[in-house]
Design a protein around this ligand. Structure first.
Ligand SMILES: NC(=O)c1ccc[n+]([C@@H]2O[C@H](COP(=O)([O-])OP(=O)(O)OC[C@H]3O[C@@H](n4cnc5c(N)ncnc54)[C@H](O)[C@@H]3O)[C@@H](O)[C@H]2O)c1
Ligand SMILES: O=c1ccn([C@@H]2O[C@H](COP(=O)(O)OP(=O)(O)O[C@H]3O[C@H](CO)[C@H](O)[C@H](O)[C@H]3O)[C@@H](O)[C@H]2O)c(=O)[nH]1
Length: 333
């Protein structure tokens, strides 16, 4: 079914954004992407979408794009995402995540764009005392990345109060996997995410995986996370957009996770199982700033959106991540 108007996807050349572009196109939306290609790739943008190369802080470019393409909603993925880098270079994160988002939100308001979906993060919770964590529990980020995202959530709430504008802040837990049809996946070099690192090891790009911390208060002592398949996450964005349009007076903040977690060792077991390999594991100290267990209470998203996970299975997530990693290896030769 064709939809009225165009969705602007910022960061649509990146990992999650490129999946959202596919989900929007598959749902009948027209799509324009703004991406400065710092960590994204032009080839990752489906050719049915228009790619505008530039910065979301460039007001003339953003407002011109909104006008020329008849943009009715923004999905805002553009940002900087490396937690340790945010600790060593906080001003980069407040600039590219908070200040740039302020500029983009203002461009939307000035251009009469009334719906906004924002990539937030479980990092806004910091080290939660209660797990699974619910949206109304304390937000006490422990790094500038989490703070930079929480500040954007706060701006959105104030803007939605003052203007004819509603938003959905989606707090992602651990995003992993790749498009099941093999059209896009996680492609940035220098990955820090566990499943990406493990499939890099499985395809010979690394000789081992380091396990950060074996003394957490979890069943096997390693960190537990709620891994969500990137295609399920992209689908949640399309459903959230439908809701924002259907109920213009309401905004939402929703956890995106499956509501159950896996330990680092369980993830590595899944990778061994799927690949039929025995990837070397090296036990190491905790990584600074890591929570022991981070799992979403996903009651709110299930109650709010007609969204039901389709790929809630660790082996499926690993299989899809691995298939993409193999494709990437062929592409790069
Ligand atoms: N990957 C995760 O596990 C995860 C978890 C929680 C939240 N998020 C959030 O999801 C969003 C997307 O993350 P990702 O994993 O796809 O990262 P990514 O680095 O693959 O994608 C970010 C994209 O934004 C672009 N970009 C960055 N700054 C820009 C700017 N100022 N103007 C225009 N384009 C810009 C980059 O070139 C890239 O294509 C981010 O906002 C991130 O904070 C990611
Ligand atoms: O080589 C590795 C990489 C990770 N881990 C462990 O695996 C788990 C997951 O780590 P990731 O780096 O894959 O993900 P994080 O949970 O640290 O971070 C993710 O969730 C955060 C929210 O808390 C942010 O949103 C961030 O962008 C996103 O990558 C953690 O226990 C971590 O210590 C290892 O043992 N070895």
């Amino acid at each position: 079914m064709a939809r009225e108007g165009t969705v602007l996807v910022t960061g649509g050349a990146g990992y999650i954004g490129s999946h959202a572009v596919l989900a929007l196109l598959d749902a009948g939306w027209k799509v324009v992407v703004i991406d400065n290609l710092t960590t994204g790739f032009a080839w990752a943008v489906d050719p049915r979408a228009t790619l505008v190369t530039g910065n979301i802080e460039d007001e003339a470019l953003v407002r011109g794009t909104m006008r020329d393409h008849g943009v009715v909603a923004v999905m805002h993925f553009a940002g900087s995402i490396v937690v340790p880098e945010s600790v060593s270079d906080p001003l980069k994160y407040y600039r590219n995540n908070t200040v740039a988002s302020r500029s983009l939100i203002e461009s939307a308001v000035v251009s009469g764009v009334r719906h906004f979906i924002f990539s937030s993060t479980a990092a806004t919770y910091g080290m939660p005392e209660v797990v699974p964590v619910r949206e109304d529990m304390p937000k006490l980020p422990i790094n500038p990345y989490g703070t930079s995202k929480l500040m954007t959530e706060l701006m959105l709430a104030d803007v939605a109060f003052a203007h004819p504008f509603n938003y959905c802040a989606l707090r992602y837990f651990n995003v992993a996997g790749a498009d099941p049809k093999g059209r896009t996946g996680q492609s940035t070099a220098g990955a820090t995410h566990l499943i990406k690192i493990a499939v890099e090891a499985a395809t010979g790009k690394r000789d081992h995986v380091t396990v950060f911390g074996t003394d957490y208060a979890t069943a096997d002592g390693t960190g537990v996370r709620d891994y969500i398949h990137v295609s399920d996450l992209a689908d949640a964005h399309v459903k959230a957009l439908d809701l924002l349009i259907a109920e213009p007076g309401k905004s939402h903040t929703l956890n995106c996770g499956y509501g159950h977690g896996y330990s680092v060792l369980e993830v590595l077991d899944a990778v061994d199982r799927v690949t039929n390999l025995k990837i070397e594991r090296r036990m190491a100290e905790r990584r600074p700033g890591d929570a022991g267990e981070l799992v979403a209470d996903n009651g709110a998203i299930l109650a709010t959106l007609p969204w039901r996970p389709q790929r809630d299975d660790l082996d499926t997530i690993v299989q899809d991540a691995l298939a993409w990693e193999r494709k990437l290896t062929e592409r790069r030769g």
